[in-house]
Ligand binder design. Structure first.
Ligand code: KG4
Ligand code: ZN
Length: 345
């Protein structure tokens, strides 16, 4: 069983070929740098670029895997959530590829894909990370804690109430005058700073509903990053431009620490609550050095897939498709992509 998968939920045009055992035949990612000068992803531009790139990316994925289209057993694609115009390009292309050959089609939820990145067999690694485990996904679009009971059985314990963790990095970076995407730039600047120089609220576990807090929010494993952004704004207002410049590394380090500690707090609470002793981490923020160091200090087994499988890619979508129900031709032709919320059937 060999699966061809497409992923176009945001600004990366991705196609991959994955085999039944989770071995990756190819994993092609074409990143659209076209958005950087706007300081964020522009949906209409993303859709247009996907249209230009999608066929080339599929051809490259097949060529790199050494597999002909005739050897593909099923086609999968991200159905949502994401930018709906961007999703539609990959989703329609995948449906058309499947329909032309009367192949089965597997619609995949993007977040299920991030979790399923752990079920892949990356080159050089002996085994996939098998359920049960706790999974933390932190990317530019999502922040999620889920109890992974089986390959297709998840209990979501918490998600962000406002901004995603990566979005907090990006917005903080923009306020500090760094480029987009801001996470990597902010974490580089933070390397020379003191994480305790400034006290941003997410690091105060009590204020944000940590241990000992008494608000209803305290019982929730949801995340919130919007207040952090505001507190950086107020902090910057109190500093002169010269001070902002001189203390930029301290500001970055303290801001980063607040995000990391908030992620860690909820993760530790979830481990405690579920009794799980295995943790998987995914999403672009998993590349953050400070977070990785904190994760390594946890008294549980921590699995972080290689960076290329943590950020958006189609191999993770193919991986999820291995365990999801497939639809036979022509019972998928009516399906639509979805931006957020409930998945239509
Ligand atoms: O998973 P991803 O590539 O795309 C989405 O699905 O959003 O995640 C991108 C996010 C961006 O917000 C980026 O700033 C953040 O991940 N990111 C980082 C780092 N590398 C990427 N955040 C903090 N530290 C990093 N080293
Ligand atoms: Zn993602």
């Amino acid at each position: 069983m060999t699966i061809l998968a497409l992923e176009t939920s945001c600004d990366d045009t991705c196609a991959a070929v994955v085999h039944a055992d989770g071995a990756i035949g190819s994993n092609v990612i074409s990143s659209q740098r076209a958005h950087d000068r706007f300081g964020g992803v522009v949906p209409e531009i993303a859709s247009r670029h996907h249209l230009e790139l999608v066929n080339l990316v599929v051809q490259q994925a097949l060529a790199e895997a050494g597999v002909a289209l005739e050897e593909i057993h099923a086609v999968a694609a991200t159905q949502g959530p994401g930018l709906v115009g961007a999703l539609l390009v990959g989703f329609s292309t995948a449906k058309a590829l499947a329909a032309a050959r009367e192949l089965p089609f597997v619609p995949v939820d993007h977040l299920q894909g991030h979790v399923a990145a752990n079920f892949l067999l990356p080159e050089g690694e002996g085994a996939a990370f098998e359920p049960p485990f706790l999974c933390l996904i932190a990317s530019g679009g999502h922040t999620l804690l889920t109890h992974v009971r089986g390959h297709e059985s998840f209990d979501t314990l918490g998600r962000t109430l406002d901004d995603a963790a990566g979005e907090a990095f990006d917005k903080g970076a923009r306020m500090l005058g760094l480029g987009f995407p801001g996470g990597p730039a902010l974490s580089r600047l933070a390397a020379d700073g003191d994480p305790e120089a400034f006290d941003f609220p997410a690091s105060g576990s009590r204020a944000r509903g940590g241990r000992g807090a008494t608000t209803p929010f305290a019982r929730s494993l949801d995340f919130s990053f919007a207040g952090l952004k505001t507190s950086l704004l107020y902090q910057l207002r109190e500093l002169t431009p010269e001070e902002q410049e001189r203390r930029s590394a301290d500001l970055a380090a303290s801001f980063q620490s607040a995000i990391v500690e908030h992620l860690m707090l909820r993760t530790e609470q979830a481990l405690e609550r579920t009794g799980l002793d295995r943790l998987a981490v995914g999403g672009g923020v998993a590349a953050n050095g400070a977070l990785r160091r904190r994760l390594a200090s946890l008294p549980v087994t921590v699995h972080v897939p290689p960076p290329v499988l943590c950020t958006d890619n189609a191999a993770m979508i193919a991986s999820a498709a291995r365990f999801a129900p497939e639809l036979s031709y022509p019972h998928y032709l009516h399906l639509d992509a979805y931006a957020t919320g409930e998945r239509p059937r």
